[in-house]
Ligand binder design. Sequence first.
Ligand SMILES: O=P(O)(O)OC[C@@H](O)[C@@H](O)c1c[nH]c2ccccc12
Length: 490
Amino acid sequence: MQKIKTDSDIGIKEDILKKIIYDRIKRIDRYGHTQGLTIPDKRQYPVIPFGRAPFIITEIKRCSPSRGNIAGGMDIYLQAEKYVKQGSRNISVLTEEQYFGGSLSDLMTIKARFPQISILRKDFLLDEADVDVSYRAGADAVLLIAGILDDVTLRLMYDKTKELGIAALVEVHSLEELERISVLEPEFVGINSRDLVSFNVDILTPVKLRRHISWDARVVFESGLWEFYHAYFASSSGAAGILVGEALMREPERFEGLAAGLSAGQRTRAEGQSFWQYLMVRLEKHRPLVKICGLTREEDVAFADRLGADLLGFVLADSPRRVNRDFLSTIGRTQAKKIGVVVEGQGISIEDAVALVKDGLLDALQFHGDEPKERLMSLDIPWYKAARIEDVSDMDSALAYNSPRLLIDAKSEHAYGGTGKSIDDSLIDYAKTKTSLWIAGGLSPDNIKNIVRKYNPELVDVSSGVEESPGKKDKAKLKQFFEELFDAAL
Ligand SMILES: O=P(O)(O)OC[C@@H](O)[C@@H](O)c1c[nH]c2ccccc12
């Protein structure tokens, strides 16, 4: 059992995870590991293999500390039935009582009704007795959260699952935790995109961590996945499966789109490293990612690539920097990935832009206009959203696209077409609390060092600031831009 004992040990009020565990320990003291329920001494159902296709773990979750009430009075039996009808073969049942409104009796009810479905017990399990009770109650798999267990306890619980013949989904959310579990080499590794302290969801977290897994694991991307595109993104980035809670609790019909996304992603995966995997590898350099945008000349493309740009941007919308398919076909192989910048209704249709990616002329799209979210969420090519941000509500509506990253256009006074406005510091600070910063607009060799030092962005995007005239890059400025970036990191 973990060593969190007194109220003062709980300390920081925000650390919800500690509170959950503390309260759970108190309830175990009072009611035992069985939650005061009668759990059969002998398991009554055969163990069903966990992780059969389609590997979408559909979750039963009434409420949560981060999302509040999701489906309070819901009949969980009916919900499970909906999942099964949609084709689910793996159901996660949250059994934590106080914060998630669950119970072991939910798990037993669902197992009794659907004995052919593999059931994951999702709880803050703390010792071997928890594993044993889960098994007897009918769980086919248990969640073991590395972040709340010490190495010895984790090992004992993991061994217990092996002894009982059920699966363990070992959950991590940091590199450190991943290293800790590597001695176990678990078959199923869950990587949680939700930071359990801040509640922020970054769906790139599993992409970042996954490549550090040195054994043959089946990785499950957890949290914040709602749409076809999310499932596509996860599976093209190496997910064997996904765990989906809120989206399916609210709309079980989403299952079909998620399953289609998983299959689409598998096809992409066969073609090699995904766009997002590439970016997460490049991120390990000691400077922000760099996108050089508005390229119109082959020599500039080659030079930006040689300087180490991570992304090369090509404007497909109406603009003095607009390029066409013919131009893109003349570009040779580059180290950097190629991005098409699209503004809905200007110069190119979404379909034609998507075709450029599918034909291998581009690697991903950046959507800079008012494209309908549903449209983008059904695309099976990599994309991210960009938006010009003037106030918090702009920011929130851009964030609502739920794209893996959001590029915010800073509209500074140096911006091409100068608006005379610069993005508010407080707005950037606000953005930083929500997402990793991808920043564009008004950047140049003169200001980049300060901006990087001040905001530590994950990606910087420059176009006019490194030009001699629209579309024509200035080699000296380009070179200086990179030099300043390296300087900033010193
Ligand atoms: O509702 P979402 O965003 O789809 O997230 C589901 C799942 O990942 C989340 O419920 C979860 C992942 N790990 C946990 C550990 C404990 C409680 C809950 C969780």
